[in-house]
Structure formats: structure tokens, C-alpha cells
Design a protein around this ligand. Structure first.
Ligand code: ADP
Ligand code: MG
Length: 700
């Protein structure tokens, strides 16, 4: 199929100049790329509007009727030619600014025309400037097709004369005159199984559909193919990792694990936690490197799962590290794990963050090297070059925003056999999407919260209700509860946000005066000792109110704090709001989350707040986030630009994605090296680099 790679320069109607433009503006330079450039909508030329039911926007429409009169109107800025066009239900004006004589001469009054153009509304009256017109009697022969494709384009292309018509003509040459350009890319048995049409048919139909029905068929065929090949590549990668990358074998469940599990576990594991621990144990015993993503909503109990995995490593003579994105969180992990292990003799644990002094640091480095230290908990500092483990067997990464892949791998280039990797995330994303994004990781999900939690009550209040909110806080504080008040701090406008925070703090100190009320404040500009000092006071119950920026977004665990106030909540993203809310609801008392906002909010802002009020389920919130923002903006995927698919849509086509994934998976389980005859077509397609995509930059 050498023609696929032919430069479009050689396509009739292109030439060097247009080829350059198409490449610059649309990244199209070969026949293949042009064919894979799909319309984003279609105009249906079989559909006629009635003049009494015109859409109230500037859409393109088609009408059938007669011209009853035609007049030139003199205006300040020149002449206009206006024709009155009517059907049985009413009339619209057709307007021309140029070519008056020719139009006047060619129009036949009182004959039926088909008129096509873009509506223009002015003072409640519709007109159509420069319409395309065809006598009804010749329309059927003249009009080539029922659906006209409309392609994504740029202003520059339009200005340089590459109109929709030009692109349509190019496609037409390519498809109708170029013969079948593509060999099939899917095996026959898959086409049969899912009743998919052939590749050539689909390409033809997607550009020039003959009916809505055939268009849908073409679209699903092409979407399936796109999703299927993404999945095939992801799953292959996963298989390769499992067969090629050796991992340490941790066969033992030894004394450390057993005594902790039998004697010191502070609660019974939930079924979900048990399931995940089992999945991890299976990985650790397999001889292959574990590369697992643990998704669990805030408060779902990921820490204990991490600890149990660490204990298995210890029993097998290996060190572990647990890495968190912030000092506060690292500190907290350190404290809670130290606490959990207080009765486990002989397990050593240290904290390494940027603020650990040199002397202490040296001791830690030494103990890591000689193997005395079993567990290192820390921040990015753990990734520094001078941190050398004797035998790191397990690296756990508790991340809010995903650590860069490079950072993750810096941990294991130091060893020959890489440590097992467990990535924990409290930013759940829908499972189907997780599978497409992190398909090279295995996924575990903790989908149940520990028992006995009272669902957090979430309310939205406008700023003018502040006094009653404060009254409510006083009531709660009287009952012995503690309160967070969080202000947004968004980089670009840091100064302003900082001022908001300080103003807020002042007004809070006025409303909650000493000595009855003690207030802590924590924000990013403070020294880390001061931050810990304030956190500590709040944790010990010495202060009742914690005023903070989003530094407390992740992980902080203070069960007695039962009210979360989020200021300017409309400025936060959904997943951030969900994280913030997750700071409360950790004790036995009823918890509240109050979202404060100004009355000026965008529609999306309102929807975000409504979603928060409606549900506590992180997965549902992630779905809503996905719908509101589109997958490209999902937490952690912003810069990666990974989700630019050609035709499928990861939000709307989730069902199809699942089908494609299941098929890809079962096929590869049966034929992991694509050796079967019937699958040769897949192997060929993969090796032809047909699915060029920047997807893989992210994954590998
Ligand atoms: P996250 O998944 O957000 O990291 P944590 O591990 O911090 O959640 O757990 C949240 C709280 O729930 C902690 O106080 C922890 O002790 C408690 N917890 C975890 N698992 C259970 C369980 N199975 N039963 C009761 N409480 C649990
Ligand atoms: Mg956590």
C-alpha cells in the first residue's frame, strides 16, 4: 500500500503551496493522513426546514419555496439585493451584496427553488446572505449527495482559499478516484462478531455518508478500530512488562506480617481492602515486577494496605519507601505508620524530607545503605541521588498529582531488578478511562469506605449567608468539634489570593475572638517548622479553627475536625473540592462541608457545586468532572495531550471502549504473540505504524 504514504502534494488540486498549508495547519501531509482526517459534523441535504420553524441561531439550513419578488435596496454602505422567499408557512429574505445583475437575470420568479445557506438573525428577522440556489427540478441531479461533510479547519486555511468545498473535493478525489486505499485492519472474525463494516466502506461513508444510518455504522467501525488498537498496544505493553521485567519474589508471609495482622491491626479490614491485599500478595509472589495502581476514594483506607505490603517486603528481607507529594502528608504518614507499628518490635522507620537537617540526613543515608533501616517515608527528597538503599524491594507512591514517570523510574535504575511499585491515588477516575490511560499498570480499587462512617452533609451557601454560617460554626465548636476554613491559592494570582487569605483570617479572628476561640493558620509561605507547629496545635485540639490554603488538601487526618468551610468554592476544581471535603468525616460525629461562593458563578461553576452537594462518591464526581471538563483536563493528564483521538471520544464512547478492551484482552490472552493466522492482520497493522499517536510518550 505504498500510496498511503504518498505526499498529498501529488493529489489533484493540491500542489506544493496547499500541501505546505495543510501540513502546517492540520498536520496532514500524506494520503493516509488526509483520509484519517474526519469531519466533525455533516449537513443533511435531504432535510428541508419550514420558514415558520427556523432554528434561532446561525445554523446552515435548507428551504424549499418560491421567490415572489426581488428588489435592489439603496443603503448608506452600498446596494443590497433582497429577494422575498416564501414557502407555505411564511417567508425569509435572501440577500446579496455582490453580483446583483447576474442574480437578477438568472432568478425565475414563482418557480420552486431549493435554497441553502447560513441563517442570519437581526432584530428578530431571519435572512440568508448569499444562499446557494437550485431549481427544484434540477436539484436532484445537481446535488451529488445527501450529506455534506464539514471538516475542522482554521481561519488561515479559509483565508487562503482552502474552503470546505476544496477539502471535500480533495477527499472525493482520494476516495472515489483513488480506488481502495486501505487494506483491512481488523480480522474478519472481529468484523463478524461486532457486525462492523469494512475499512474501505467505513472511510467512504464517514466522509460522504449516504444516510444517517450508514454514517453511524461507519463511525462505530472507525471508533472501534481506534479504541481497539490503543488497547491492544497497552495490553501488549503490560504483557511485555510481565514477561520481560523480572521482579523480586517475596514468597514469605513471615512473623512481622503475622504478628501485626493477628495482634495489632486496629480494625478489621474491609472486603475491598482484603481483596486488594490479596492482589498485591499475588503480584509480590509472582517473580514479575509489580506495577500496580491503587485507586481509592479519600478515607477509603489505603494506608493500611500500603503498610501490609511493606511488612511483606520486610519479612522477605527487603527495604521499602513510601513517598508523598507534600511534607505535611509525609509527616503524617510517618506518624500514623509509626503509631500502627508501635508494638511491632524490630521494625525501623525514618522520615526524610527537605527540612531534615544534615546530621540526621547522614544517619538516615548510612542506615539505608547498611540495611538497618526498613522503611523510609518521605517527599521528593527520597529521589535524590545520594539516597541509596541496600535493597529497595517496594516503592509506594502516594500521589495527588501524579509524580512524573521520570521520577518514578529514578528509583529503580539504581538497581538491576526494579523494586515493586504501588502507586496510590485518591483522585479516582472512571475505571474505563483508567484502563485506557494507565493500561500498562494493573489496577486495584478500594470501592467501599470503612464501616460506620456517616456521610458528610454538603451545603452550598452564598457569601451573604456568612453570618449564619459563622453561627453554625460556633454551635459546632461548642460541641467540641473543630473546623477547617480553606482559601483558594492559585499560582497566577498568588498575591491576591494571599490577601484574601489574610483578610479572611482577620475577619475570622474578629468573629471568633480570644480567649474563647483559638485559631491556627497554615499556608504555603510559612516555614515548614511553623506549619508543623500549627498543625500540631490543631491536631492536639488546642485550636478550634484551622485557616489554611490548599496545603491541607491531601491526606490530613484529624478525626475530630468535622466541619470544612471552602471559601470561593467556585474557583476550585471538582477533584480538589472532593479532596478538601475528604478532610472531614473521619470521626464518629456528623460532618459538614459548606461551600461558600459569590453570587457570580459560571454555569460550570454552579454544576460543580451542585455535583458536590449531590454526591459523596469520588467515582461519580470524577465522571462529572470528566463531562464538565473533557478528558484532556483531567487531573494529571493536562500537559500530556494524550487523549486526542481521531474519532472516538473517551467520555461518550465508554461503552465501546469497554467492548474494544474486552475483545483486545481476550484475543491477546489466547494469542499473546499474535501468531495465529487470523491475527496476522493485527500484527501487520501494528508494525505499519498506522496508529501513530503521541499516546505512548506518556505511557512509556
Ligand atoms: P486514605 O485512603 O484516604 O489514605 P486512610 O488510610 O488515611 O485513607 O484511612 C482513613 C481512616 O480510616 C484512618 O483513620 C484509618 O485508620 C481508618 N480505617 C482504614 N481502614 C479501616 C477499616 N477497615 N475499618 C475502620 N477504619 C479504617
Ligand atoms: Mg492517604
Amino acid at each position: 500500500m505504498s500510496r498511503k504514504r504518498t505526499s498529498i502534494e501529488y493529489l489533484k488540486g493540491v500542489g506544493p503551496e496547499r500541501a505546505r498549508l495543510l501540513n502546517e495547519e492540520l498536520k496532514i501531509s500524506t494520503f493516509e493522513q488526509l483520509l484519517q482526517f474526519f469531519p466533525n459534523r455533516y449537513i443533511d441535504r435531504t432535510k428541508f426546514y419550514r420558514t415558520d420553524e427556523l432554528p434561532k441561531n446561525n445554523s446552515e439550513i435548507q428551504l424549499k419555496g418560491r421567490i415572489t419578488s426581488i428588489n435592489t435596496i439603496q443603503q448608506k454602505r452600498g446596494k443590497r439585493l433582497v429577494a422575498e422567499f416564501s414557502d407555505e408557512t411564511g417567508f425569509v429574505n435572501l440577500v446579496w451584496f455582490r453580483g446583483h445583475q447576474w442574480i437578477k437575470d438568472s432568478i425565475i420568479i414563482n418557480k420552486t427553488y431549493v435554497v441553502f445557506g447560513r441563517l442570519n438573525w437581526f432584530k428578530g428577522r431571519a435572512s440568508i446572505p448569499h444562499p446557494e440556489m437550485e431549481l427544484e427540478s434540477t436539484f436532484k441531479n445537481k446535488i451529488k449527495r445527501s450529506f455534506y461533510p464539514i471538516y475542522p479547519s482554521t481561519e488561515k486555511l479559509v483565508n487562503k482559499g482552502i474552503s470546505q468545498k476544496v477539502i471535500q473535493n480533495l477527499m472525493e478525489h482520494l476516495i472515489e478516484k483513488g480506488g481502495p486505499l486501505f487494506s483491512e485492519t481488523l480480522p474478519l472474525y472481529i468484523l463478524d462478531k461486532y457486525k462492523l463494516i469494512s475499512k474501505n466502506e467505513a472511510l467512504k461513508e464517514v466522509h460522504f455518508p449516504v444516510s444517517q444510518n450508514s454514517l453511524s455504522k461507519a463511525q462505530s467501525r472507525l471508533k472501534f478500530e481506534e479504541l481497539f488498537y490503543i488497547q491492544i498496544q497497552l495490553i501488549l505493553k503490560n504483557f511485555q512488562r510481565k514477561s520481560k521485567i523480572k521482579g523480586y519474589v517475596f514468597p514469605l508471609i513471615g512473623q512481622t506480617f503475622k504478628s501485626f495482622f493477628d495482634l495489632h491491626l486496629p480494625f478489621e479490614l474491609t472486603t475491598a481492602q482484603k481483596r486488594v491485599v490479596k492482589e498485591i500478595r499475588r503480584d509480590l509472589g509472582s517473580g514479575r515486577q509489580m506495577n500496580r495502581l491503587l485507586q481509592g476514594d479519600v478515607g477509603s483506607g489505603k494506608t493500611i494496605v500500603a503498610l501490609l505490603s511493606i511488612l511483606i517486603a520486610i519479612d522477605n528481607g527487603f527495604q521499602s519507601c513510601l513517598v508523598a507529594p507534600t511534607e505535611i502528608l509525609a509527616q503524617q504518614h510517618f506518624e500514623s505508620i509509626q503509631y500502627l507499628l508501635k508494638k511491632s518490635v524490630g521494625v525501623s522507620i525514618e522520615l526524610l524530607t527537605g527540612s531534615v537537617n544534615l546530621k540526621k540526613r547522614k544517619i538516615i543515608h548510612e542506615k539505608l545503605k547498611n540495611g538497618e533501616l526498613h522503611i523510609l517515608i518521605g517527599t521528593h527528597a527520597v529521589f535524590e541521588d545520594n539516597v541509596k538503599f541496600k535493597n529497595l524491594g517496594l516503592a509506594i507512591i502516594d500521589e495527588q498529582h501524579r509524580f512524573g514517570v521520570a521520577q518514578r523510574s529514578s528509583l529503580w535504575v539504581k538497581n538491576k531488578i526494579p523494586p515493586h511499585i504501588l502507586v496510590m491515588t485518591a483522585t479516582p477516575i472512571p475505571r474505563t478511562l483508567a484502563m485506557s490511560l494507565y493500561g500498562d499498570l494493573d489496577i486495584s480499587i478500594i470501592d467501599r469506605l470503612p464501616p460506620g462512617r456517616k456521610p458528610i452533609k454538603t451545603l452550598h451557601r452564598f457569601d451573604n449567608k456568612r453570618l449564619s454560617v459563622f453561627a453554625f460554626l460556633k454551635e459546632q465548636i461548642k460541641k467540641g468539634r473543630q473546623v477547617y476554613i480553606v482559601y483558594p491559592l492559585i499560582k497566577e494570582s498568588e498575591k491576591l489570593d494571599y490577601k484574601d487569605l489574610m483578610d479572611g483570617y482577620e475577619s475570622i479572628t474578629r468573629s471568633f475572638p480570644l480567649p474563647n476561640y483559638q485559631i491556627s493558620i497554615v499556608h504555603g509561605k510559612m516555614k515548614s517548622e511553623d506549619k508543623s507547629y500549627e498543625m500540631e496545635r490543631f491536631k492536639k485540639g488546642k485550636t478550634q479553627i484551622m485557616v489554611a490554603t490548599t496545603v491541607i488538601e491531601v491526606g490530613v487526618n484529624i478525626p475530630n475536625a468535622s466541619v470544612m468551610i471552602v471559601e470561593s468554592a467556585e474557583r476550585f476544581g471538582l477533584s480538589q473540592l472532593h479532596q478538601l471535603r475528604g478532610r472531614v468525616g473521619r470521626g464518629n460525629e456528623q460532618s459538614f462541608c459548606i461551600l461558600m461562593s459569590s453570587s457570580k458563578i459560571s454555569t460550570n461553576g454552579i454544576k460543580r457545586l451542585e455535583t458536590m452537594v449531590k454526591t459523596n462518591d469520588g467515582f461519580k464526581i470524577a465522571e462529572a468532572d470528566l463531562e464538565l471538563r473533557g478528558p484532556g483536563n483531567l487531573m494529571g493528564t493536562q500537559q500530556s495531550g494524550i487523549l486526542k483521538l481521531k474519532i472516538a471520544d473517551l467520555v461518550k464512547d465508554q461503552e465501546l471502549l469497554k467492548v474494544a478492551r474486552d475483545e483486545a484482552k481476550s484475543l491477546l490472552i489466547k494469542d499473546p504473540e499474535l501468531k495465529n493466522n487470523e491475527n496476522q492482520i493485527i500484527k501487520r497493522t501494528l508494525s505499519s505504524n498506522y496508529f501513530e499517536s503521541n499516546f505512548w510518550n506518556f505511557i512509556s
